[in-house]
Ligand binder design. Structure first.
Ligand code: SF4
Length: 66
């Protein structure tokens, strides 16, 4: 089972909550918005990325199951 992360990056407000929740896969870029390091993730990466999905205040992170 693999998973794909979708981020509606246009709407990212740069709060950094996803990076705090999941530094393994989320980082701030020079434009002040966050981005996942990997869009395709495995089951072992799910927990942290689900955390990022949950804490995003504008709910623009979505994890889709393939
Ligand atoms: S939590 Fe959401 S709004 Fe905040 S930096 Fe991450 S993607 Fe952007």
């Amino acid at each position: 089972m693999s998973y794909t992360i979708k981020q509606d990056r246009e709407k990212c407000m740069g709060c950094g909550a996803c990076v705090v929740a999941c530094p393994e896969n989320w980082e701030m870029k020079s434009d002040g918005k966050a981005r996942p390091k990997k869009l395709k993730i495995e089951k072992k990466d799910l927990e942290g990325n689900r955390e990022a999905e949950a804490v995003c205040p504008v709910q623009i992170i979505h994890i889709l199951q393939k």
